[in-house]
Design a protein around this ligand. Structure first.
Ligand code: HEM
Length: 536
């Protein structure tokens, strides 16, 4: 930045004033009134009390008083950048999806991406052992598409109804108000030990993946199974993956601890420095495409967000690249106010019945109405579509786009205003569903250990050692013996050597019994009608 050597004027109390001159604009109030003196409040005499009449003072302080908005209930600490998504020339998804973004090879679509940690608050440090959010907003010609993913391809829980409990357990304990950005405490491990479905995710979170060297060296995953829908209304299941051009890199745990002390902003500084120096980070979008027969052939359920579809079985296909090449002009306006929502999908991309995804589709809009102060947060430039958009929504706090003229409804006889489009409008995939109304999880969701084991044994020996060390370190902070034992009892279903190393590291005197891993059939459960199951 250039330092302007402007003329300084001394006030009567010795304070320094800078006056507008030449091209420098005049300082004004929010109402546009020119300001005489921004350093002295209006007083009776030069030593007297300040006057309530000082509208300039009151406006300046009131605005400051209201600067904070609620931080995100999860993923509070994040860092964003602008860029673009470019479809490859070589391959088009047009055969599978009518989404406008996939129709023309080589086309660029503007993008905004926010990376985040999950558990820590806004002022926490970057190198916590934690999942990283990888949220992508693509401003397509047919509306915004938000792929709100993480750097880990699976999740802790299978059903969104458990999310508040999971987040309460991972965040600070309600009485003591700590810890904030570490998973090392009794509540978190208590919840985990009582949640066998979290075991696959736990393997990832205890691995080096959870302490990435920087955002530039992370993968991203849409996690859920989504659908692509083509112009013939045919559906193909899809999993979305972002692969970093720089490859995957992590730090070691002792490095993470030192970096957090020396530079808590390590990851955001890395992204800022890289982009400002022209080293634009890049990810390839890859998709795994499959049909219902392929899905039915697995023992696990493709609607279960604790499972991956192994890439050896179904190699992902590259379809385009995401490049981040510009930092926001203003952190608050863009990175803080950006609102990602899983339900933002353009025509040609659709949901599966994954119960975690279905719950998320409610949660994001709801939380953003609260966090961003009302229903008009889509008017904020970072959230507004970059394609034409027209509707009859009106009023509410901060309304910026009210309909003009007489017409604010349709159908109408006045021949004005936007109209529906049978050709281009979003048409949900017509999935034939029927069944009892019940609160029951499918048997196909019940195997919680096979993929956890698969992940563990796919790691190199040093990586396996890191997982054992991380589990030992984290569990050594847990004060309640039964919780430690319960976690080890799950590890016994994953890998014996891992369980023994952790048990030894924790100084357990006897090895606990392995947790019950038997998969109950629906007949094992109460076979009586739905209502009694609800009441059990
Ligand atoms: C925020 C990912 C599950 C509720 C976020 C963000 C990401 C994310 C990346 C941060 C977005 C940003 O940078 O602004 C995921 C993934 C999930 C998952 C990958 C599972 C596969 C859930 C579930 C719920 C939920 C099950 C609730 C039912 C929220 C809420 C926020 C959030 C309320 C804060 C949003 C805001 O204030 O802007 N999630 N999430 N998430 N997530 Fe999730």
């Amino acid at each position: 930045a250039t330092i302007h050597d402007q003329k300084l004027r001394r006030g009567a109390g010795g304070e320094l004033h800078q006056d507008a001159a030449g091209d420098t604009p005049i300082l004004t109030t929010a109402q546009g009134g020119p300001i005489l003196d921004d350093q002295n409040s209006l007083k009776i005499g030069d030593r007297g009390p300040t006057l309530l009449e000082d509208f300039h003072f009151r406006e300046k302080i009131f605005h400051f008083d209201h600067e904070r908005i609620p931080e995100r209930v999860v993923h509070a600490r994040g860092y964003g950048a602008h860029g673009y998504f470019e479809t490859y020339d070589t391959l088009s998804l047009a055969e599978y999806s009518r989404a406008d973004i996939f129709q023309r090879p080589g086309e660029k679509t503007p993008a905004f991406v926010r990376f985040s940690t999950v558990a820590g608050n806004k002022g926490s440090f970057d190198l916590a052992r934690d999942v990283r959010g990888f949220a992508v907003k693509l401003y397509t010609q047919e509306g915004n598409w938000d792929l709100v993913g993480n750097n880990i391809p699976v999740f802790f829980i299978q059903d969104a109804i458990r999310f508040p409990d999971m987040v309460h357990a991972v965040k600070q304990e309600p009485d003591r108000g700590f810890p904030q950005a570490q998973s090392a405490h009794d509540n978190f491990w208590d919840f985990i030990s009582l949640t066998p479905e979290s075991m696959h995710m736990i393997m990832w979170v205890m691995s080096d993946r959870a302490i990435p060297r920087s955002f530039r060296f992370m993968e991203g995953f849409g996690v859920h199974t989504f659908r692509l829908v083509n112009t013939n209304d045919e559906s193909t299941f899809v999993k979305f993956h972002w692969k970093p051009k720089l490859g995957l890199q992590s730090v070691a745990w002792n490095e993470a601890v030192k970096i957090n002390g020396a530079d808590p902003d390590f990851h955001r500084r890395d992204l800022w420095d890289a982009i400002q120096s022209g080293a634009f980070p890049e990810w390839e979008l890859q998709v795994q495409l499959f049909d219902q027969d392929f899905a039915d052939a697995f023992d696990f359920d493709i609607l279960d967000a604790t499972k991956i579809i192994p890439e050896e079985i179904l190699p992902p296909i590259p379809v385009g690249r995401l490049v981040l090449d510009r930092m926001p002009d203003n952190f608050f306006a863009e990175t803080e106010q950006v609102a990602f929502m899983t339900q933002n999908v353009p025509p040609g991309i659709d949901f599966s019945n994954d119960p975690l995804l279905q719950g998320r589709n409610f949660s994001y809009l709801d939380t953003q109405i609260k966090r961003l102060g009302g229903p008009n947060f889509t008017h904020i430039p970072i959230n507004a579509p970059k394609c034409p958009f027209n509707n009859f929504q009106q009023d509410g706090h901060m309304a910026m786009r009210n309909p003009t003229g007489r017409v604010n409804y349709q159908p109408n006889s006045w021949g004005v205003g936007p109209r529906e489009s049978p050709e281009r409008g979003f048409r949900s995939f017509a999935d034939g569903e029927s069944g009892q109304k019940i609160r029951l999880r499918a048997e196909s969701f019940a195997d919680h250990y096979s993929q956890a084991r698969q992940f563990f044994i796919s790691q190199t020996l040093p990586e396996q050692k890191h997982i054992a060390a991380a589990l030992t370190f984290e569990l050594s902070k847990v004060k309640t013996p039964v919780i430690r034992e319960r976690v080890v009892s799950h590890l016994l279903n994953i890998d014996d050597s891992l369980a023994s190393k952790v048990a030894q590291g924790l100084g357990l005197e006897t090895m606990p019994q392995a947790a019950d891993a038997a998969i109950p059939t629906r007949q094992d459960l109460d076979p009586s009608p739905a209502l009694s199951i609800v009441e059990r």
